[in-house]
Design a binder for this molecule. Sequence first.
Ligand code: ADP
Ligand code: MG
Length: 308
Amino acid sequence: STMPPLLSAIANAGRHGVLAKSAVVMERLGQIDTVALDKTGTLTEGTPRVTDVHPLPGSGLTEETLLALSAAAEHPSEHPLARAVLDAADERGLALPEVTDFSSAPGQGVSATVDGRKVQVGSPARLVPCVTGPAQALARELEDAGRTAVLVLCDGAPAGMIAIADRLRPDAATTVAALTALTGRPPVLLTGDNPRAARRLAAEVGISDVRAGLLPQDKAAAVRQWERGGEGDGGGEGDGGGERRKVLVVGDGVNDAPALAAAHTGIAMGKAGSDLALETADAVVVRDELATIPAVVALSRTARRLVV
Ligand code: ADP
Ligand code: MG
């Protein structure tokens, strides 16, 4: 071909199912030495399903009312966990009460007024300073099984717990192995989810470095610290103390946008990716396969060698 190497690299990336937004992206992708992967929707399929609905003793709620209140509060959210709750309510044929005052906090959960009650659905660790008693025991049990336990508060009081499970992508383990071979170090998992479920999933694909319970800005801070040559764990070395990394971040959610922006290169999973992630990323995976990522990293390196 007579195309300049970086342009033909873009065309090749497209054939592999990754849309790079510019030729510069292909060049930068060829420089990365560290990969940080998001969990939900990136390492996993992003189509989680509700497995358990547990009203808490004393809440006065049935499984159905708990699910209906939660689904109503989640209705305006585009988060994969929200879709899971809505699907579960739909499958049980529940009518959703009316919602006003919806708001969402990325990486934390949602809040809304449902039937005159304030309903909050989200991360147990973020919603209440400390989860105690039956709610805590239940959350641990569900999380140890690799599930995401979502807490429901009604007018500020713990009312129930909903367990949600997502499957690893079929190509997650081979992708992690390929990225490890390309960069010489295994990818790191960055997630807002609980550490128990995150570690369990990570172990299944060969990832041992897991940063869990992160807010969107925490994900970005970890990336910036690696890029400055710090340890990326929030403490210790500080600027220039270690090797400066060039980080590839792969994510799909609104909660991944700050990390995608901070990264040397950011790639968004396109199929179920949020608009903000797609806009912020340098490239978008349009074929819904994780294995496209090591393929384009390898490709971008070849293109770079042709240029320099
Ligand atoms: P990840 O980093 O794995 O993609 P997020 O940062 O999007 O996860 O979410 C982190 C945690 O915040 C979830 O595990 C969940 O506990 C809570 N959360 C976020 N959004 C929602 C929502 N719409 N409904 C319920 N819980 C939510
Ligand atoms: Mg995600």
